[in-house]
Design a protein around this ligand. Structure first.
Ligand code: HEC
Length: 130
């Protein structure tokens, strides 16, 4: 390749890097940070169950940091007992709703209100293992 050819090639590469640097901006937006947000359906009309609603939400958004094996803040959310204890202590809703006095969870973001309602419904029903 001659000198002019190489120069053209270099310009193209620099241009592409320029474009890439724009597309990798940081979005402080829940759906962008957690693209799986839409994989757990949410409805607050039917009865909320632990197995079909509560567990899938916690598993998707919380258990990377709150599994039995790596329980940040000693909070375990991958077993029924762990979730129930956290709910009874008031910490589960406190953290989800970002109530003053509780650590806001998931870290630095907030779940969709619909998910929070589902979990609240389950707690109001007395945390059944259903
Ligand atoms: C990226 C990691 C991460 C994710 C994801 C995460 N947590 Fe946490 N969580 C932490 C850490 C770290 C702590 C301990 C904070 C501390 O003690 O300073 C904590 C603490 C907590 C606490 C104790 C709060 C308190 O005030 O004592 C609760 C409850 C909790 N998390 C619930 C959740 C729930 C529910 C989710 C999902 C909706 C979630 N967390 C997602 C890292 C995470």
């Amino acid at each position: 390749m001659d000198y002019a050819g190489r120069k053209k090639q270099l310009i193209v590469v620099v241009f592409l890097l320029f474009i890439l640097s724009f597309s990798s901006c940081y979005y402080d937006n829940f759906d962008e940070l957690y693209p799986a947000a839409n994989t757990v359906s949410c409805d607050t009309v039917s009865v909320t169950t632990y197995s079909k609603h509560v567990f899938p939400i916690l598993n998707l958004y919380c258990n990377s940091c709150h599994s039995t094996k790596s329980a940040n803040g000693s909070i375990i959310l991958d077993t029924f007992e762990g979730v129930r204890n956290t709910a009874i202590s008031g910490k589960l809703l406190g953290s989800l709703k970002h109530t003053i006095g509780y650590k806001p969870m998931p870290l630095n973001t907030k779940l969709d209100d619909c998910y929070i309602h589902e979990i609240e419904n389950w707690i109001q029903a007395g945390e059944p293992n259903n």
